[in-house]
Write a protein that binds this ligand. Structure first.
Ligand code: ZN
Ligand code: ZN
Length: 295
């Protein structure tokens, strides 16, 4: 039933969006982390014995679609992401400014396709807290950047690190959320490198990696490569945001739809974050709507 297992820590792959991979803890205290993988396997786990905790790494729709299967479990999230579980509009608002029609389309998608049910967070995850499951324990590491409240989880006895949406895929880090931040993403990844894990489990993609920080470096490099491509593009000539977005520096020129997702929205949001970062560093200037490379 499991795609990876070590002691009481189990792993189930979830496949494509809006699914993600789940981690299960089968100790005296039992938990499901990111309940968005395979509903039958999640139910089988629940049918074995009571699931005490339902834990989410962060508030995105592809990490909550089977939360509703665990109404009796104590629900955990970081306080900074908690409002987005309690009100669907709060979650939709994370994705930036959009027309009222698009906003409504998002809310409908979350409710109808992602089984969004408003839910109050029972317990807040905080950096450094250790959760005791009897047979193992888990350290919460607050790793903002993807979202403000994003957390990763380390199991010291098994030396397993669940990196959630710092997912080490070749697609690279995602920071298109309103609360996303490139600098924080970099710092969070640097912090993950310090953890002496034997295994990395991730929320997307193949999901199981040897605990080698080179995977984190490869993932970090994607951020810097994107920035280099942006600089090269602006070195050729000053451009406005629409022109830069159309170049598809992050997701390619004709990005596909992902569920309700129009990736050009993400492209635009992420380019804005890169432009802001370069402006802060004094490497870019702006004339009217045009961004100009200064060095
Ligand atoms: Zn996410
Ligand atoms: Zn995700």
């Amino acid at each position: 039933m499991y795609d990876f297992s070590k002691g009481p820590v189990k792993f189930i792959r979830g496949g494509s969006y809006p699914h993600c991979n789940s981690v299960l803890v089968d100790g005296r205290v039992r938990a499901v982390i990111d309940a968005a993988s395979d509903p039958e396997k999640l139910m089988a786990f629940k049918n074995q014995a009571r699931v005490d905790f339902l834990i989410t790494s962060h508030a995105h729709e592809d990490h909550l679609i089977y939360n509703y299967l665990f109404p009796e479990s104590a629900f955990y999230s970081h306080s900074l992401d908690a409002p987005h579980f309690e009100e669907v509009k709060s979650l939709a608002d994370c994705y930036g400014d959009m027309s009222p029609e698009t906003f409504q389309k998002w809310c409908d998608f979350f409710v109808k396709e992602c089984n969004y049910v408003p839910r109050k967070v029972d317990q807040f995850l905080e950096d450094g807290i250790v959760m005791d499951f009897g047979e193992t324990r888990m350290e919460v590491i607050h790793t903002p950047g993807h979202t403000e409240g994003h957390c990763v989880f380390y199991f010291p006895p098994e030396r397993i690190l669940f990196t959630a949406d710092l997912d080490l895929t070749r697609a690279g880090p995602y920071y298109a959320d309103r609360t996303s931040d490139i600098e924080k993403t970099i710092r969070s990844l640097e912090r993950m490198k310090e953890i002496k894990a034997e295994t990395y489990l991730t929320a997307h993609g193949k999901g199981v990696y040897e605990g080698d920080p080179a995977y984190i470096d490869r993932y970090l490099k994607i951020i810097f490569d994107r920035e280099d491509r942006l600089i090269d593009s602006l070195r050729r000539e000053p451009k406005n945001l629409e022109q830069i977005t159309a170049e598809g520096i992050i997701y390619g020129k004709n990005p596909t739809f992902l569920g309700a997702w129009d990736l050009t929205l993400s492209e635009r949001m992420m380019i804005v974050k890169h432009l802001d970062r370069l402006m802060e560093k004094g490497r870019l200037g702006k004339e009217g709507k045009f961004f100009i490379l200064l060095d």
